[in-house]
Design a protein around this ligand. Structure first.
Ligand SMILES: CC(=O)[C@@H](O)[C@H](O)COP(=O)(O)O
Ligand SMILES: NCC(=O)COP(=O)(O)O
Length: 241
């Protein structure tokens, strides 16, 4: 079985678009955990247009009511992000090489280049008992170095996988991801995966048993809209009849 950590960034984005607390991110997290999801992920960016740093604090309080459930905080390890993570002490911190103004995450770490910056950051997080994950492209040859710099896990960046799903050449893409996951396991790492995973494509990736956790947000939010839309429109029509 693969754990599901639900990314609530898009709930934060919707909330922030109106300047009031609706939808309430903590309520959505609570519902998600009550339904049996393994965890909650947020990815606060420097402009806090999605989840905010305060959300990380509030989620930590909520998660205390759900023993065994995990909080995963993702982001680029700038000073502000690290201060928040070291204070909140989530179960897991996923380090992502985002630029400050990036629309969304679009690449994994170049560890050979960034290892001197990563090592002390990883050591600091681990000293607080936080599991550290590095966001990685599916490159089997880089997994040993991810282990060597101190990561506990890698998260495979699955945009290419999701993009190729169901298209010609997909078998080769899937094979690349499985090889990267196996290389990580062989190096002594655990393996997460995420980005653009959805109800259609998630099983083929996780079915071979190498992926410990997926974090899913964007598609899950859109799918919730799609699956709920008809009922809600009908409910309004009934109110107005
Ligand atoms: C690291 C990663 O792939 C996700 O955190 C992704 O960036 C989701 O965030 P957004 O939906 O806010 O782009
Ligand atoms: N780590 C990936 C994540 O949290 C969610 O990515 P997406 O489903 O919003 O693309």
């Amino acid at each position: 079985m693969t754990h599901l950590s639900v990314n609530l960034n898009k709930i934060g984005l919707l909330r922030n678009s109106r300047g009031r607390d609706y939808p309430n991110l903590i309520d959505m997290a609570e519902r998600t955990l009550e339904l049996g999801a393994f965890g909650i992920t947020i990815h606060p960016r420097p402009d806090q247009r999605h989840a905010t740093y305060q959300d990380a604090h509030d989620l930590k309080v909520l998660l205390k009511r759900f023993p065994g459930a995990e909080l995963n905080v993702e982001g680029f390890p700038d000073a502000q992000f690290l201060d928040v993570v070291l204070e909140v002490e989530p179960d897991q911190c996923t380090l992502v090489p985002d630029d400050p103004n990036q629309l969304t995450s679009d690449h994994g770490w170049n560890i050979a280049r960034d290892q001197d910056a990563l090592r002390p950051v990883i050591a600091k997080l681990k000293a607080k008992g936080i599991r550290v994950v590095l966001f990685m492209d599916p490159e089997p040859e880089n997994m040993a170095l991810a282990k060597e710099v101190g990561a506990d896990r890698v998260e495979l960046y699955t945009e290419a996988y999701a993009n190729g799903f169901g298209k010609e050449g997909f078998d080769e893409i899937l094979d690349t991801y499985q090889q990267a996951a196996q290389a990580a396991l062989d190096a002594g790492l655990e393996v997460n995966a995420g980005h653009d995973l959805d109800l259609n494509n998630v099983q083929a990736l996780c079915g071979q048993g190498r992926i410990m956790e997926v974090s899913i947000g964007h598609a899950l939010t859109v799918e919730a809209l799609e699956l709920g839309w008809n009922n809600v429109v009908k409910a309004y029509l009934e109110k107005l009849a």
